[in-house]
Design a protein around this ligand. Structure first.
Ligand SMILES: Nc1nc2c(ncn2[C@@H]2O[C@H](COP(=O)(O)OP(=O)(O)OP(=O)(O)O)[C@@H](O)[C@H]2O)c(=O)[nH]1
Ligand SMILES: [Mg+2]
Length: 302
């Protein structure tokens, strides 16, 4: 038995030809077996570059991180759809509607962390720190983000991007949930972020994102509220991560009430992006951190 290193991040984005790191909309092909099905090479398409004959391929593992605050009814829809991930981390803000019980009834192996309801940002940071897989995908518990879209996020990570953010605008994306006011605010904030950070993003305030787990520490996240989505994006730029946007369709929250306050949270987003623009460089990774090129490789075993 011999370990080979057929890296799942071998091709840099520029060479991959399926998107650009400045945030243009990208469409991706799904490398068979990344998620949503068997990780055995026997399920890959004949002739695939990643199907060396006679080898078993081990695909990167995936953690789903989900913040919850009284989302029991929504988890009944969401949890059965998380079949393609290896680990589920739920960070619950002391829900009183049986959220944790519902989650465990459907997914007994879910990792549950209960903490005070400080905000979505705090919950996401806790969840990212608890994740143990190669890749992390973050989504809301309210059923507005469909796990059927996981593959388009994960495929881009496997093609060399560090941070992949969903966008509800442009080809293939959309929202049944955004009010006119929220959409206007988001578009204005996105334009400002593009100006301040030299990007071409189409959607700043959307929490459906995926990243390599080794990118988490480099993001140096501090936010406690909904401004975490902005902090992740702008710190990804500041940290020099390879970023892509992928179209996503957001449906309406299935049950319950929104926790977002348009004006209060919009103001927090604005303050965050301006403060971080003038905050100086992010701290460099610790010396013992492996450089991006050397990060987890897809190992194949003959
Ligand atoms: N643990 C935890 N989760 C939270 C907290 N606040 C919000 N959440 C969760 O964060 C996710 C996003 O919150 P939402 O209320 O859906 O915010 P939104 O998507 O902007 O609003 P909607 O229009 O209702 O979809 C949901 O899964 C919430 O349950 C909190 O303080 N603690
Ligand atoms: Mg929501």
């Amino acid at each position: 038995m011999r370990n080979l290193t057929t890296s799942w991040d071998q091709s840099p984005p520029e060479e991959a030809g399926i998107g650009d790191a400045t945030g243009s909309l990208v469409h991706s092909r799904r490398p068979a077996g990344v998620a949503g099905g068997s990780r055995d090479a026997s399920s890959t398409a004949p002739g695939s570059r990643l199907e060396p004959a006679g080898r078993r391929i081990q695909w990167p593992t995936v953690t789903a991180v989900i913040p919850t605050l009284n989302e029991a009814d929504n988890l009944r829809w969401l949890m059965p759809r998380l079949t393609a991930v290896d680990e589920v981390v739920i960070v619950d803000g002391q829900s009183t509607d049986g959220t944790v019980e519902v989650a465990l009834a459907i997914r007994p192996d879910a990792k549950i962390i209960v903490e005070p309801p400080i905000g979505k940002g705090a919950a996401m940071r806790t969840g990212m720190a608890a994740a143990t897989c190669d890749l992390i995908i973050m989504l809301d518990a309210d059923g507005s983000m469909d796990p059927a879209e996981f593959d388009s996020f994960l495929a881009l990570l496997c093609r060399g991007y560090d941070f992949v953010k969903g966008t509800r605008y442009g080809c293939g994306g959309g929202s049944d949930d955004l009010t006119g006011l929220r959409s206007l605010g988001n578009r204005m904030l996105t334009k400002l972020a593009n100006l301040l950070y030299g990007q071409h993003w189409s959607d700043l305030c959307y929490g459906y994102v995926a990243m390599r787990r080794d990118a988490v520490e480099r993001l140096c996240l501090r936010s406690t509220g909904f401004e975490i989505e902005t902090e992740m994006c702008v710190n990804a730029v500041r940290a020099g991560l390879r970023i892509a946007e992928v179209p996503s369709h957001e449906t309406e929250r299935r049950h319950g009430q929104s926790n977002l306050n348009t004006f209060r949270d919009g103001w927090r987003v604005l303050k965050t992006m301006i403060r971080l623009r003038f905050a100086g460089p992010l701290e460099r990774p610790e010396p013992d951190r492996a450089p991006a090129e050397a990060l987890p490789a897809l190992s194949t075993v003959e």
